[in-house]
Write a protein that binds this ligand. Structure first.
Ligand code: E4P
Length: 217
């Protein structure tokens, strides 16, 4: 499963890129607002750090505006992916970009039917929001399972990008459900490496090694 980081913070992206765990980046208007920086400058900077796909979301909610903004964003770098909302206008814009060979990420997906529509217009990625469904007592992971089955039934090539990830358990669950990608907040990526037995075991090894008085180098 590919890991994208869900942030517009350059330091977090640089640090994670150095771990070798990172395959791409997603941003959204809320993350850009949180960064306090100019949108296009941030996207250009992220694209200069990361070779993989970098999602940049249009602000317009109308077809013509989405196409104009998406074409502008696509010129920033070859690895920009145009992020479009799952509305009829967004799907129509997705079809436009698909026909031009520009990659797309259809976002704000909350149902299997919505995911089916995104696949039909050739979206590169569909982003089902797991955490926001869990927040209202629905089952985000079940949505990933359903989309996986539908896409496999018809051999759709749209990749399932599990979004709105909140916990390390979400990662295990969406990986088991067959998500192609998860976009994850930086803190959750680091938590995936944690285990109390790893920590306790390492502490003991360090103590015992010191007691030998040896050095490897
Ligand atoms: C994905 O593309 C979204 O930016 C993100 O995962 C939304 O997460 P949130 O529900 O925690 O805001």
């Amino acid at each position: 499963m590919k890991f994208f980081v869900d942030t517009a913070e350059i330091k977090d992206i640089k640090d994670l890129n150095e771990t070798g765990l990172l395959d791409g980046v997603t941003t959204n208007p809320s993350l850009i607002a949180k960064s306090g920086r100019d949108f296009k400058e941030v996207i250009a900077e992220i694209c200069s750090i990361i070779e993989g796909p970098v999602s940049a979301e249009v602000a317009s909610t109308e077809y013509d505006g989405m196409v104009a903004e998406g074409e502008h964003l696509a010129k920033i770098a070859d690895n920009v992916v145009i992020k479009l909302p799952l509305t009829v206008d967004g799907l129509k814009a997705c079809k436009h970009f698909t026909s031009k060979g520009i990659k797309t990420n259809v976002t704000l997906c909350f149902s299997a039917n919505q995911a089916l529509l995104a696949a039909k217009v050739g979206a590169t990625y569909i982003s089902p929001f797991i955490g926001r469904l869990d927040d209202i007592n629905l089952d985000g992971v079940e949505l990933i399972e359903n989309i996986r089955q539908i896409y496999d039934n018809y051999a759709y090539s749209t990749e399932i990008l599990a979004a709105s990830i909140r916990t390390p358990n979400h990662i295990t669950e969406v990986a088991l459900a067959g998500a192609d990608v998860a976009t994850i907040p930086p803190a959750v990526i680091y938590k995936l490496a944690d285990h109390p037995l790893t920590k306790a075991g390492l502490d003991a090894f360090v103590k015992d090694w010191k007691s030998t008085g040896q050095s490897i180098l």
